[in-house]
Structure formats: structure tokens, C-alpha cells
Design a protein. Structure first.
Length: 483
């Protein structure tokens, strides 16, 4: 379909392969409509038992006698520690809080392979202890350094060797951040490797096109966050107007096809109609980083203020934000089938939303520059609205949430995307957030507060290529965009 374009580089070849795969909503091995049933079969084939337990029933985990930090006996995996924050951003200049400290860089890796000329992705039906529905579609490899170095004394993760020794052509390789409000400067290696020969197949793995995965993202809590963050790093290339028009005609042969998909394809590929240049956006980010301070100090967990602990839970005195609980886990197909661990439990579901509107004839996304305590470099680009751990309803939050009413009260016909999506189930307990992309018309002002900026999807894809620009909530939501 896209062979009309002259390939200028291997990178452009990969971008075209990704775009072809994104446009294929049916794969070679399983029909999209049958994936949910296949996932349910994987769930029913396993023995799963996950229960909340008191902290003193944790195996190899304990509160350190001096610091009060919740730590593993090996000193690996992760710990629950305290931090103190001082900032001139927002209405609260200083506070303390618990945070997950996991300094290891883990693998989030997907194996890809061309099957009948179309790139397919090897997806895993994986159970995590915090998954709201137990089994979700995960990357081929999803492993912390403690996991793949076998600190747990269990089996090595499947397919690890393909990523550790790069047995294939690297299509994507990025360091990307985790949740800045929950993790202290945590990053994972997001990587996609293309193979050509036969590879072993296991019962809980399947090949899907990118178009199939994006279709499945319309279903609540089916595609896990790690899959979403890896796929968000995919760029589909940049073209002039004539090239985009040709792609648009080839893809959307009928002018009656869904206009949102057509508009998303155009904003994903266009380089000519952006409101702000790349240099202007860099200057905007630099100015904010120069204006606002974020001083984060590690402190003992026992010194965190306004947080209390009983035998079952570490929680905020007002029962806001999140708590830390303990779980005992039995999952029959994991590298270790039984373990216990701390896990973070949200106080309530949140909302993540992008506002989009046409500017210069092309859809632009309203992006927020957001400071969070665990950010690697002060701020990251976030969705228009991001309320994860505070109640976003009026009068119940510590601060006003700009544009929350526009997102929550959007007419049905203006909603491009709406689904509940889970946070990562290895560290977060049954947490889901409402994800929305909402289109506004020209009555919605182009003038926005200083920490907001209009960007095309093509510009967002460009920034994702570089470390620590887009936060995980923005990347997760962008993964849902279909053409």
C-alpha cells in the first residue's frame, strides 16, 4: 500500500512497516474479535489466588528498624521510602510522602516479525497481582533487573535472550519514565526487536498486528500499561501535504469513513501545519524548567508526615491519594509461583484526558507541562487533564483542575476515545483510570495557561523518541489513537 514512497533510511522503512501494521485490523493468526475469548481461556487455565495480608505476614519483606522503610531482605526489587519535596510550583510548596524506590532499569520488550509482509507483535497473556481482571495483554518480555537476574531464585523470563543479546533488528530502543507521583526517578527500557526466523511459541503468547492491538485498546482493561508505553514510542514518519493526501486516499477510500481516524492520520504524519515549531516548544519547556524548582530529598519512611500505619495498611490521615498494602500471591505459570509483596492501592479511580481541536486545519493536542515528585528532570509533558491520586470532583481536591469540566461534560459526539485502562499491575492494586480524548471546536480558545501548549501528534511522537519528555499517562493515552 505504501510502496510509493522512496525509502530514505532504515528508520523510514521501519516507520512504514509500523504504519502498515497499524492499518491492519485483522492478523494472520487470530481474529480480533476472538482475542478476548482467548485471554479468558488463558485466565481459566491457571490457578490464581491473590489476597490482602497483614504486613507481618510478608515473606522476606519488613520495615527497617531504623528508617521504617519497607524493604526486601535481598536489598533488591524495590522499597517503600519517604521523600520531602520543596517547590515553587503550584499551591503547596512543601510536603512529605511515601514513594516507590526502584532504581533498576527493567525491560519492556516486544518481539516483532513480518508475517505475509505485515509486522506482527508477540504479545503475552500475563497475570500481575494487581491487575483488575487478572490477565492482560503484555509485552513479550516484562521484567525488572531483579527478575531477570533471578534474585527470586526462580526461572529466567521467556525470550530474555532476544533482548539481552539483541537477537534481531532493533526497531525501537528508549528509556522511558514511570509514574512520577509514585516512583522516584524510575525508568524502563522500552524496546522492539524484529526477528526473521522461527522462534519458540508458548500457549500464553500470540501474534497480533498493531492495528489489532489498537482496536483492543477500545476495550476496558485489556491491554496493560507496559504494552501501551512501548507502543506509544512508535513513530509513523513525517510527510509533506502531497504525501499525506496520498496515504489518506489509500487508507480511507470512502469520504464517509470516520473523520476522526482520518484526522488522526493527518496529524500523525503532518510536519507543515503545527501552531508551534519544534524550537519554540523546546524553548517553552526550557523556560518552565528554569522558572520552577523541584527539590526532592529522601527521608526515612517513619519521618513522613500525615501518613499513618496499622497492621494492614500505610495510609494518608485523610484517606486520600493512595495507600500501601500487602498481598500474598499464587499464580501457577509465573517464574515463581508463590510470593508476597507490598503494593500501592489508589484511593479512587482517576481521569486522564486529552483535549484536541483543529488549528491550521490539523488536530492539535493540548499538552500540560506537569511537575511530579518523582520526575527525573523537574517536569514532563502530560495529558490536558491528569488526576490519578486525588479526587477530581469540585471541592474535594487540594487544587483546581484546569479543563476538567470540558473533559467530563463533553457531548458524546465529541468523544473520540473513552475507555477505562489499568495502571501497571506489578506495583498498583486494581487501579483503573478513565481515559478520554475529546474534540473541541473553534470556540475553545487557542490561548492557554503558561504550562499548556498545543502540539500535533507528529510532534508528540517526535518528543517521545527522547528520554523524559512525555510522561507515562500521556504515552499510554496516545497509544490508543487509531487511524
Amino acid at each position: 500500500m505504501l510502496g510509493h514512497f522512496q525509502l530514505q533510511s532504515l528508520n523510514q522503512e521501519a516507520e512504514i512497516s509500523f504504519l502498515q501494521s497499524a492499518l491492519e485490523v485483522e492478523g494472520q493468526f487470530i481474529r480480533t474479535e476472538n482475542v478476548v475469548k482467548w485471554v479468558e481461556e488463558q485466565r481459566n487455565a491457571l490457578k490464581i489466588d491473590i489476597n490482602a495480608i497483614p504486613f507481618n505476614k510478608l515473606n522476606k519483606w519488613s520495615f527497617h528498624p531504623e528508617t521504617g522503610n519497607l524493604v526486601h531482605a535481598s536489598g533488591k526489587f524495590f522499597s517503600i521510602e519517604g521523600i520531602k519535596i520543596n517547590t515553587n510550583w503550584g499551591n503547596v510548596p512543601s510536603w512529605t510522602q511515601p514513594i516507590i524506590n526502584q532504581p533498576e532499569v527493567g525491560y519492556l520488550g516486544i518481539i516483532a516479525k513480518k508475517i505475509n509482509g505485515i509486522l506482527h507483535f508477540l504479545m503475552q497473556a500475563k497475570i500481575e497481582p494487581g491487575n483488575i481482571n487478572y490477565v492482560q495483554l503484555s509485552p513479550t518480555l516484562q521484567a525488572t533487573k531483579s527478575n531477570y537476574s533471578r534474585v527470586h531464585e526462580g526461572n529466567a523470563p521467556l525470550y530474555l535472550e532476544y533482548f539481552a543479546s539483541k537477537k534481531g533488528k532493533v526497531l525501537l530502543d528508549q528509556l522511558q519514565s514511570e509514574q512520577g507521583a509514585r516512583f522516584l526517578k524510575k525508568r524502563n527500557r522500552n524496546i522492539i526487536i524484529e526477528v526473521t526466523g522461527d522462534i519458540p511459541m508458548y500457549d500464553n503468547f500470540c501474534w497480533l498486528t498493531l492495528g489489532q492491538i489498537k482496536s483492543l485498546l477500545q476495550i476496558d482493561n485489556l491491554i496493560n500499561m507496559d504494552t501501551r508505553t512501548v507502543l506509544s514510542g512508535i513513530s509513523f514518519g513525517s510527510y509533506a501535504v502531497n504525501g499525506i493526501n496520498l496515504v489518506d486516499k489509500l487508507v480511507h477510500r470512502s469520504t464517509n469513513e470516520e473523520s476522526h481516524k482520518r484526522q488522526m492520520l493527518i496529524t500523525a504524519l503532518d510536519t507543515s501545519a503545527a501552531l508551534h515549531s519544534f524550537e519554540e516548544i523546546i524553548s517553552w519547556i526550557t523556560s518552565l524548567k528554569s522558572t520552577y524548582d523541584l527539590e526532592v530529598s529522601r527521608i526515612p519512611l517513619k519521618d513522613v508526615q500525615k501518613w499513618e500505619k496499622n497492621e494492614n495498611e500505610l495510609y494518608h490521615e485523610d484517606h486520600k491519594y493512595f495507600s500501601v498494602i500487602a498481598v500474598d500471591v499464587h499464580i501457577s505459570n509465573r517464574e515463581v509461583v508463590n510470593w508476597s509483596q507490598p503494593i500501592v492501592k489508589s484511593a479512587q479511580e482517576g481521569i486522564i484526558g486529552f483535549i484536541v481541536r483543529k488549528i491550521n486545519g490539523v488536530l492539535h493536542f493540548l499538552v500540560q507541562a506537569k511537575i511530579e515528585a518523582g520526575n527525573f528532570d523537574i517536569l514532563e509533558l502530560a495529558p490536558t487533564v491528569q488526576c490519578l491520586t486525588g479526587n477530581y470532583r469540585k471541592g474535594l481536591n487540594d487544587y483546581e483542575v484546569p479543563f476538567i469540566n470540558e473533559v467530563l461534560n463533553a457531548p458524546k459526539e465529541n468523544i473520540i476515545y473513552k475507555a477505562f485502562q489499568s495502571e501497571e499491575g506489578g506495583r498498583f492494586y486494581r487501579e483503573q483510570n478513565l481515559n478520554l480524548i475529546v474534540e473541541m471546536d473553534e470556540r475553545f480558545s487557542q490561548e492557554v495557561p503558561e504550562n499548556y501548549c498545543w502540539m500535533t501528534l507528529n510532534q508528540l511522537y517526535t518528543f517521545i523518541k527522547f528520554n523524559n519528555y512525555l510522561n507515562i499517562q500521556a504515552r499510554s493515552l496516545l497509544a490508543s489513537v487509531t487511524f
